[in-house]
Design a protein around this ligand. Structure first.
Ligand code: PLP
Length: 449
């Protein structure tokens, strides 16, 4: 279609008049009016095209408008658009089967939700009912969603305004060697000290009061920190020792993002509950869920589970999941993410990182990478202070604006930019994006000491 700025202006005007946006001061935002999207790109009404290195909010793992998934949604809409959750429905049954086939260990029962936060809410509820305990431990430097329990579990400043309702949540430090909370010098020290810190936290909170420990397998929005070898296995062992439910949150890391179906597969660890959303159907229709172990499922075999949602396992969302998972399998998209990471993104980003003084650290795997931007490589002082806004955030704002101006849509959080393109991004597209990123980092470099 031809660009049509007048339509774009009308879309923008109605948005500004009536749409109340997430996480924003409503009078200070200027959302881009999007005209369309395909594959790794989207475009506006003025004819500007953007290569999406953020996959929306890290959810379009198969790219935009995959024709087979669009067709499956259309077909399901024609057949049975909606139905209540208490019935057995073909697309729901098949989605649950395909997911359970891929989740690790004995996580074979699927409770469907409409997104990630609701998945976390229900995983926590299951853990509390299963153990009869109240407290849940979660990590600083985490994001688990924006509903009541999920935002309290979150370990970033978005939690603070909702902290009044945080009863029963205790935060601890997970490993992150580059900014080690434990003053560790290497991965092994970081792992051992992080596990000891978790043990100490449990001892002082009272092991008998803790229902669950929840961790993102690889923390996403908080910075893509790959846990050191043995850390997650260590948490698993601690949970087993104290009868604590181990919840892995794979809302962002799951469904191919890391080059495995689930990030847990990278570490050979099996949680008791695993949350998912986003990549399960690339966000084409809202869907999330909890994969449940045999032991926890047994708790609710004769005792009713006291939780539910009108749209649990919505037929349209589940049809999108069935088509997405089948497309991912047929087109080898999980392997493509691994290959994109190993062959294109890692070497390309490493070369860029070395050249730019504003890059303090590169970390990631598959289609899931973070560049930690710093003012000073020696001291590792972040390019902007923690939770900076306004003038204090000028460096990151300038970097983000430079990306967008060049046609690259970046993921930016605090002093980091994440490189999270669709897993289907081609080598040529990825290289185009890396070249644009390289140029935008010249702007960040200007803010270094
Ligand atoms: N958990 C993780 C790890 C996430 O990254 C997110 C969203 O970014 C959520 C939970 C919340 O998911 P949703 O926004 O679908 O509620």
């Amino acid at each position: 279609a031809q660009p049509d700025p007048a339509v774009g202006a009308a879309v923008k005007a109605a948005d500004r008049a009536h749409v109340f946006h997430s996480w924003s001061a409503q009078g200070l935002i200027d959302p881009l009016a999007v005209a369309g999207a395909e594959g790794s790109y989207f475009w506006d009404y003025d004819g500007n095209r953007y290569l999406d290195f953020s996959s929306g909010l890290v959810f379009t793992n198969i790219g935009y408008q995959h024709p087979k998934v669009v067709a499956a949604i259309q077909e399901q809409a024609g057949k049975l658009t909606t139905f209540a959750p208490a019935f057995a429905v073909e697309s729901r049954s098949e989605a649950a089967r395909l997911i359970a086939e891929r989740t690790p260990g004995d996580l074979d029962k699927i409770f469907f939700t409409n997104g990630g936060a609701e998945a976390v809410e229900n995983a926590v509820r299951m853990a509390r009912l299963h153990t009869g305990r109240a407290k849940v431990l979660s990590a600083y430097r985490s994001y688990h969603g924006a509903t009541a329990a999920a935002i309290n579990l979150t370990g970033d400043p978005r939690r603070w305004p909702s902290d009044t309702a945080s009863a029963g949540v205790v935060h601890f430090w997970a490993p992150f060697l580059y900014r080690s909370p434990f003053h560790a010098r290497n991965e092994t020290e970081e792992r051992d000290r992080a596990l000891q810190h978790l043990e100490d936290t449990i001892a002082y909170e009272g092991p008998g009061s803790i229902a669950a420990i929840i961790l993102e397998t690889i923390p996403g929005t908080a910075g893509i920190m790959i846990p050191p070898p043995g850390y997650l296995a260590g948490v698993r062992e601690i949970c087993d020792r104290y009868g604590i439910v181990f919840i892995l949150d794979e809302v962002m890391a799951g469904f191919g993002r890391t080059g495995e179906w689930f990030a847990a597969d990278l570490f050979d660890v099996v949680p008791d509950l695993m949350t998912f959303a986003k990549g399960v159907n690339s966000g084409y229709v809202p869907l999330g869920g909890v994969a449940i172990s045999a032991e926890i499922a047994a708790t609710f075999e004769t005792r009713p589970y006291p939780g539910g949602l009108t749209y649990s396992g919505h037929p349209l969302a589940c049809a999108a999941a069935v088509a997405t998972i089948n497309v991912m399998a047929e087109e080898g998209i999980v392997g493509k993410a691994a290959d994109l990471g190993a062959r294109v993104l890692e070497p390309g980003l490493r070369e860029i990182a070395e050249r730019h003084p504003s890059v303090g650290e590169l970390r990631g795997v598959g289609a899931f990478w973070a560049l930690e931007l710093v003012r000073d490589r020696e001291t590792r002082e972040p390019l902007v202070p923690y939770n900076a806004s306004g003038e204090a955030n000028a460096a990151m704002a300038a970097f983000g604006a430079a990306c967008k101006k060049s046609g690259l849509w970046p993921f930016v959080n605090m002093n980091r930019t994440h490189v999270c393109p669709p897993c289907t991004t081609s080598e040529a597209e990825a290289k185009e994006g890396l070249a644009l990123l390289d140029a935008a980092l010249n702007v960040a470099d200007e803010f270094t000491v």
